[in-house]
Design a binder for this molecule. Structure first.
Ligand code: ATP
Ligand code: MG
Length: 330
């Protein structure tokens, strides 16, 4: 069975972009593949996090992932900081990563711009991500488009390590779906929907109430063409984004959707889309509140996940230390 690794930050505000770009693929791959889904709290602190909020968001994210269909019987769901090897491996990798590789990463450049003062961890974020993936010998990494560059860096690092120290790592492949790989902000269709952007009307959150969803979609930025069709034209990115969300949630084909909306205005698209989104998210939100009612069960699932993850990552870490030339403790 191919091994799949994916990470998601407990930065709160899980949104429909995370769901359509990543989580849906993880759920679909269960059964056919060996899945590791990691709540990457070490990554979350690359930008300031309030401790109490981080703590709460980590457990909320676990509940949300389960509510979205992650099945702990088929997927190893765990918290990154529960497996010490991630931080340890990242240190070794940081000593093999040229600074220039990191400085040209798009995510670094965009996120650094938004920070008053930039911490080293934001720059070395992709090194930690490489450690996450390579520790598990992942063959596939299903991600949104925004993470493609980081997977390329992971592959380069794996190759470099293999060359310097002998065959140690599997070279992973990014798996990026065609539609949904990049859901854009409703308020700004030129930037990707992000958890860390908390402007009202930017994202549709998985736990948003129906009225909030209607509000955000109604205000979504469109254009003046007033023609409902899929398009790569940057001027039409807003409408295209709404149509992609509609496509992914209804499972209808593009010609079918364009025929359905022929002659209708953006108002009709928006109100129909809002109802589709509300109905798609309703069962997830309901399961989420049930799961949050049983914190002991949530902790039990995460403890089992951590144990399964350690069973893979720890022996791999020992091998890495050995290859580098460290004297292993007795
Ligand atoms: P942050 O703003 O804190 O970085 P994020 O929304 O980018 O949050 P991440 O936890 O960084 O979320 O990413 C989790 C997964 O969701 C990754 O696989 C990422 O590629 C995917 N993803 C994030 N944003 C989008 C988006 N707008 N469209 C599609 N996929 C996305
Ligand atoms: Mg991100």
């Amino acid at each position: 069975k191919p091994r799949v690794f994916s990470g998601i930050q407990p930065s709160g505000n899980l949104h429909i972009g995370n769901y359509l770009g990543a989580i849906q693929q993880w759920v679909a791959g269960q059964g056919q593949k060996t899945n590791f889904i990691c709540i990457v709290d070490l990554h979350a602190i690359t930008v300031p996090q309030e401790p109490a909020a981080l703590h709460r968001q980590t457990r909320e994210l676990a509940a949300l992932l389960l509510a979205c269909g992650i099945d702990p019987q088929q997927t190893t769901l765990f918290v990154q900081s529960h497996v010490r090897a991630h931080a340890e491996c990242a240190w070794v990798f940081s000593c093999l990563t040229p600074l220039g590789w990191l400085e040209r990463m798009t995510q670094y450049k965009t996120k650094a711009q938004k920070q008053e003062s930039v911490m080293t961890g934001l720059l070395t974020y992709p090194v930690l991500m490489a450690a996450d993936i390579l520790l598990y010998d992942a063959d596939e990494v299903p991600v949104g488009e925004d993470q493609k560059q980081h997977i390329e860096l992971t592959r380069d690092l794996a190759q470099r390590f293999n060359y310097l120290y002998g065959e140690t790592f599997v070279i992973p492949e990014p798996v990026i779906r065609e539609s949904g790989a990049r859901i854009m902000g409703l308020n700004d269709p030129t930037s990707k929907m992000s958890k860390s952007d908390t402007t009202r009307g930017h994202a549709i959150r998985i736990v948003d109430e129906p009225d909030e969803i209607r509000w955000a979609i109604k205000r979504a930025v469109t254009d003046s063409y007033n023609e409902i069709r899929f398009s790569d034209d940057p001027d039409r990115a807003g409408v295209n984004n709404l149509l992609q969300i509609y496509e992914l949630l209804t499972g209808k084909s593009r010609p079918e959707i364009e025929a359905h909306f022929a002659g209708k205005g953006y108002g009709a698209l928006k109100s129909e889309l809002a109802e589709v989104v509300i109905e798609s998210l309703r069962p997830i939100r309901e399961r989420y509140y049930q799961l949050m009612d049983d914190p002991a069960e949530l902790d039990r699932i995460l403890a089992i996940g951590a144990e399964q993850a350690r069973a893979v990552a720890e022996p791999k870490m020992t091998l890495i230390l050995e290859r580098v030339g460290f004297v292993l403790p007795n």
